[in-house]
Write a protein of this length. Structure first.
Length: 326
């Protein structure tokens, strides 16, 4: 047999050669670290289903963010767990609520060299665990919920958030939040929209971390059907038209095709959320000795970048940043 003229192995022989023609880069600056802060605790509380993650106090949150930032991660997404919950979720827009205090803490600690993002939703704050206010029949009232989202947006902006992440999948949420921010003089605050958030089985550990499992029913009435990719592209285009600055697909790994399609269709700044269940699966396999953690995590994050995500929200951010710079 004649030897082939094309020999791809030539460029795989050494790490330097492989690096020379690498198509997809992965760097700490592309990672966003989600963090949880809980009101009424005196020490950080481990999250049992997410090994290595904690519900933080304000002080431990400050230290953890500074530690992660020292490794090259420049952006943080903040989730809050209040002591008091009610049917409206009113602690979400309380100027002295736990997330608003945490936002001020992180902005003071990190300064303008880093980006502090606030999750904007109601599920952590309502006593029923849904992402909006309810009608008498127990359905989430879309338009009444938007009025609450407007209040949250202004409170989070005034506390120092540079980006807001509306995650409730209410129709028209991006436009409502953009209008509220502009009307309140916060036109410089951006929106990173959870544009295609699927009704996924991979959110279970997060619901422990944020203490936000629904008391009844589920969220399939407002989150997306996992079978629908065309609809996801329509949702993403709609959020762009409403004024989003970044759009997001959540979860990441089961929806790599959606990320790729959305990036190709819009060429818009694209984030993907590598969610709690994806994190916990890897951690469980590592604890059982079935997978090499470093290689697995970096391979997974690279696949999300390769699919088209410019930014990745991931609970692996601190470790991944270390591995990428070592």
């Amino acid at each position: 047999m004649a030897f082939p003229r094309q020999r791809p192995r030539r460029m795989r022989r050494t790490p330097a050669l492989r690096s020379l023609i690498r198509e997809t880069d992965l760097a700490p600056r592309q990672l966003i670290a989600p963090l949880f802060v809980k009101e009424g605790i005196s020490d950080p509380a481990p999250i049992s289903s997410m090994p290595g993650q904690f519900q933080h106090t304000l002080e431990s949150l400050r230290k953890e963010a500074a530690d992660i930032a020292s490794r090259g991660v420049t952006a943080f997404m903040l989730f809050g767990v209040p002591e008091r919950k009610d049917a409206e979720g009113s602690e979400a827009w309380n100027p002295d609520g736990i997330v608003q205090r945490a936002l001020r803490t992180l902005r003071q600690e990190l300064g303008d060299e880093h980006v502090v993002i606030a999750d904007l939703c109601l599920d952590e704050y309502t006593d029923h665990g849904h992402c909006g206010v309810l009608t008498e029949s127990g359905e989430v009232d879309n338009d009444a919920t938007l009025e609450r989202y407007r209040r949250i947006a202004v409170a989070q902006a005034e506390a120092g958030a540079q980006l807001l992440g509306p995650s409730g999948m209410m129709d028209g949420q991006v436009a409502a939040i953009r209008d509220a921010l502009d009307d309140a003089g916060h036109d410089a605050v951006g929106i990173m929209a959870y544009a295609a958030k699927f009704a996924s089985a991979f959110y279970g550990p997060f619901r422990e971390a944020a203490e936000c499992a629904p008391r009844f029913g589920d969220r399939a009435g407002y989150q997306m059907d996992p079978a629908n990719a065309d609809e996801a592209i329509r949702e993403i285009r709609d959020d762009i038209e409403q004024g989003a600055d970044v759009v997001m697909v959540k979860p990441a790994l089961p929806y790599l095709d959606v990320i790729r399609r959305a990036k190709d269709a819009t060429a818009f700044p694209m984030a993907a959320y590598h969610v709690s269940g994806e994190y916990s699966m890897i951690k469980a396999a590592v604890q059982n000795g079935w997978l090499d953690e470093r290689r697995t995590v970096l391979e997974v994050l690279t696949s999300i970048r390769r699919a088209g995500a410019d930014l990745i929200l991931t609970y692996h951010a601190k470790d991944a940043a270390d591995w990428l710079t070592s």
